[in-house]
Each structure stands twice: as structure tokens, then as C-alpha cells.
Design a protein around this ligand. Structure first.
Ligand code: ATP
Ligand code: MG
Length: 426
């Protein structure tokens, strides 16, 4: 029996990994450009962090967590999301008192759900979180930042931004009881999960994908109509800033997000091009999260982008592979040490040069073929004759020019002239 990857885990082949890397690099550039600082968060936390912060009756905690006992008998969980972890991190490290913090992170998350296109058991997220600001300007900043990333990726046309406000606890409670009363009349008609949620977590019913339930919901009371005055003006100001900056959005009263910690602003970026897995980014405000952790009340807001889904949107767009500059050809393995000495000297002098030294056997002709396939601009050739004469052959693979022979001692100088200064580190 051949060994297989664990179900739901992905192997990222180079072409795919390149797209992931492209997205991560771009996100890093954009986020740093808004003053966000990268943090490193553990992949493993104590299970009760998620139980307490994400919520016992959410999908994540109810059925999606990878929870284990470690050798010490402690219950630990592979992180299913980053916000709770980042909040724990900020509180534990004393970063919240009287301070504003803008953080971002990226890396794998783990959820035990049914694997399908755009849904994996290990997937990558890029998240950004800001602590210490209550006003809607920061809500706008985060959304503008995500919009800029999507624009730079060239996919903004395929995405739409949907916003909602969950109000404060009081307005939510009033809404909740009216919603439960309304749905109580359709108890037998709504789907099984929603029936269960009617007592456990009624807001989540708004998230239901069941067509019958959705139809009933279209007549249900709307959270938007229950908003308290402050939440309403918070929401209006956010929409105004987005509007003034040319970011269009629509209000979707159905967005509640699957986690317990949100209040006021919640938002999603969605696409039609990925079928049922159409949400590529979700975020919102969580002003009571730090208190729930046992810390001092601190406002917070953040979002998480699913890189796997973004990568699916880019699949057709060619992210070019970085080409090799030089392919070193040497048919005789006995003199390969001279080849490595030269290649290392080249890297000392021109650190950004990308050099592939032919390793293993192979006749001159087959090595030259490999040099061509590698995309290199130059093939450097060290045969027995060149070795004896202390020179190296230079063959131009992308232009019509005769092969030249140059003294080995002049190779660095020669390549510096040929490839230019940009290959040298500043
Ligand atoms: P969904 O409704 O699709 O299950 P979610 O609401 O559970 O998404 P969030 O917890 O908001 O997702 O996570 C933020 C983003 O992470 C999602 O918008 C999505 O792009 C991505 N994501 C979530 N779960 C997965 C998964 N299992 N595989 C790949 N990407 C995921
Ligand atoms: Mg989910």
C-alpha cells in the first residue's frame, strides 16, 4: 500500500505554492503599508480558548475542531481560526493597556469539515486585527486595506463586499426574541439544524443554506431595524467613508458570521466564481472579546482572508516562475569541484544571481538541453579543455551571439556587466 496524505490535507505543488506565495507577499506589502505589524501565533492552543471565545454552539466548536489530549493529559486544539489566538496573544503579552495595536499574521488553520473544492481541513488564512479603537474609521481602514489587496491582485471585479451591523448586545437580544417568536411559527418547516439552533443559537439560523429556511427567512424580522442609535450612526459613518473612497458595498442583513464574538460591523467579500465556497474574506468587530478572555475591556476588529480560495480565483492567471540566470554545464564529474568553486564565487560577488549547477551524470548535449529548459540566459561550460586552459565557455541561450571563452578569474566581472547591478544586494 502506498502512503497517502491525510484526508482533507493538501499537497501544494510548486505552481500552486507560487500562487500562495504571491498572495502572501502582496498582502505583506499592503498590510505593512497600512502600518500593520506581523506577529507569530502558535498553531496550538488550549481547547477552552476556542470554546470560550468562539462559542460552544458555533459550527467550529461543535463539530470542526481538531482536539487532542497531549502527553500531559491537557486538551489542546489545532487553531481553527486566528482572532481568538491573536486576542489571547495581545492580552497575555500586555499589549493592550492604553495602546492601539495593528497586527497581521498568516498561516494554516485546521477544521474538520467535509473536504471539497475551496474547503479543506488544513487551509491558509491571512488575518489582520486592530485593538483599541472603537470608532468606525478603523472599520473602514480594514475594509479599504482588504479592497486594495484584491485590487492589486486584479480580482476586484469578481468580488463584492457585503456589510451588516449586529448592533449591541441589547438590540441583539430584542431582535433575537422576535426572531425566535417568528420562526417558532415555522418550526416544522425549517431545516433540522435550524430547529436545534432555535434554542441554542438562533442568530445562526440566518446563516442557513437550506432553501426552504431561506425562503421563510426572507419574511423574518430584520436585525437592521432593531439597531440602537449608536450602532446605527457607527454603521452610517463606516458606509460614508467607504462610499467617499469609492468602495462599493451592499447591506446584507443575513450576514451574522458564524462566531459568537462579533458585534456591530460584520462584513464578507464574496464571489460567484467559486460555487458554494464563495466567501473569500470575513471579518467584523468584537468589542467584548478581550473582556471575555478576562482582560480589560478593549475594542477590537479584524478580518481573515482564505488564501486557498483566492488562489483558486487566480489559477488561470500565470504567476511567473522566477527563471534561473545561469546553468552550469560540466560533463566531467571529476572537475565538478572547480565548477562549485566558480559558482560560489559568483554568488559571493553577485548574491541575487540564480545559478543551477548541473549535478549527476549527463553528456554535454543532454546537459545543454537541460540548460535551455531551465530558462537560463547563459550556459557556462567547463569541459576538460576549458579546465586545462583556465577558462570557462559562455553560451548565450536567448540571443544570437557566438559562444565566447573567458578566463575564470574574470567571470564575476563579466557576469556583473552582463546581468547588471540589480543582481547585487543593496
Ligand atoms: P464558510 O461559510 O465558507 O464555512 P466561514 O464563515 O466558516 O466560511 P471564516 O471562519 O469566516 O469562514 O474564515 C474566513 C475565511 O477563511 C473564509 O471566508 C474562507 O475564505 C476561509 N475558510 C474558512 N474555512 C475554510 C476551509 N475549510 N477551507 C478553505 N478555506 C476556508
Ligand atoms: Mg465554515
Amino acid at each position: 500500500m502506498k502512503m497517502q496524505a491525510v484526508r482533507g490535507m493538501q499537497d501544494l505543488l510548486p505552481a500552486k505554492k507560487r500562487i500562495f506565495r504571491y498572495i502572501e507577499d502582496l498582502a505583506r506589502e499592503v498590510f505593512v503599508g497600512y502600518g500593520y505589524r506581523e506577529v507569530g501565533l502558535p498553531l496550538i492552543e488550549y481547547t477552552n480558548l476556542f470554546e470560550r471565545l468562539v462559542g460552544e454552539t458555533t459550527d467550529i466548536v461543535e463539530k470542526e475542531m481538531y482536539t487532542f489530549e497531549d502527553k500531559n493529559g491537557e486538551s489542546i486544539t489545532l487553531r481553527p481560526e486566528g482572532t481568538a489566538v491573536c486576542a489571547r496573544f495581545a492580552d497575555q503579552n500586555g499589549l493592550l493597556f492604553n495602546q492601539v495595536q495593528r497586527f497581521w499574521y498568516h498561516g494554516p488553520m485546521f477544521r474538520y469539515e467535509r473536504p471539497q473544492k475551496g474547503r479543506y481541513r488544513q487551509f491558509e488564512q491571512i488575518g489582520a486585527e486592530c485593538f483599541g479603537i472603537e470608532t468606525p474609521d478603523i472599520d473602514a481602514e480594514l475594509i479599504l486595506m482588504s479592497a486594495r489587496l484584491f485590487k492589486l491582485m486584479g480580482i476586484e471585479e469578481k468580488l463584492s463586499l457585503e456589510l451588516n451591523s449586529l448592533g449591541n448586545e441589547k438590540s441583539r437580544a430584542r431582535f433575537k426574541s422576535d426572531l425566535v417568536r417568528f420562526l417558532g411559527r415555522y418550526k416544522k418547516e425549517i431545516d433540522k439544524d435550524s430547529q436545534r439552533r432555535l434554542t441554542a443559537n438562533p442568530l445562526r439560523i440566518l446563516d442557513s443554506k437550506d432553501p426552504g429556511t431561506k425562503k421563510i427567512l426572507s419574511e423574518a424580522p430584520r436585525l437592521m431595524d432593531y439597531l440602537d442609535v449608536d450602532s446605527r450612526s457607527h454603521f452610517e459613518m463606516l458606509r460614508e467613508i467607504l462610499d467617499d473612497c469609492g468602495v462599493s458595498c451592499s447591506v446584507n442583513p443575513q450576514i451574522v458570521r458564524g462566531l459568537d464574538y462579533y458585534n456591530r460591523t460584520v462584513f464578507e467579500w464574496t464571489t460567484e466564481s467559486l460555487g458554494a465556497q464563495g466567501t473569500v474574506c470575513g471579518g467584523g468587530r468584537y468589542d467584548s472579546l478581550i473582556e471575555q478572555l478576562g482582560g480589560k475591556a478593549t475594542a477590537g476588529i479584524g478580518f481573515a482572508i482564505g488564501i486557498d480560495r483566492l488562489a483558486l480565483m487566480l489559477e488561470e492567471k500565470e504567476i511567473e516562475e522566477k527563471k534561473v540566470d545561469i546553468y552550469f554545464v560540466s560533463p566531467d564529474i571529476e572537475i565538478r569541484n572547480t565548477v562549485f568553486i566558480m559558482a560560489e564565487k559568483l554568488k559571493d560577488g553577485i548574491p541575487r544571481l540564480s545559478i543551477t549547477v548541473h549535478c549527476g551524470d549527463g553528456k554535454l548535449k543532454s546537459q545543454m538541453k537541460k540548460a535551455d529548459v531551465s530558462g537560463a540566459r547563459l550556459a557556462l561550460i567547463l569541459g576538460e579543455e576549458e579546465f586545462r586552459e583556465g577558462v570557462v565557455g559562455v553560451k548565450f541561450l536567448r540571443e544570437m551571439a557566438d559562444q565566447v571563452s573567458i578566463p575564470q578569474g574574470e567571470l564575476v566581472r563579466y557576469c556583473l556587466d552582463y546581468f547588471g547591478k540589480e543582481k547585487v544586494l543593496d
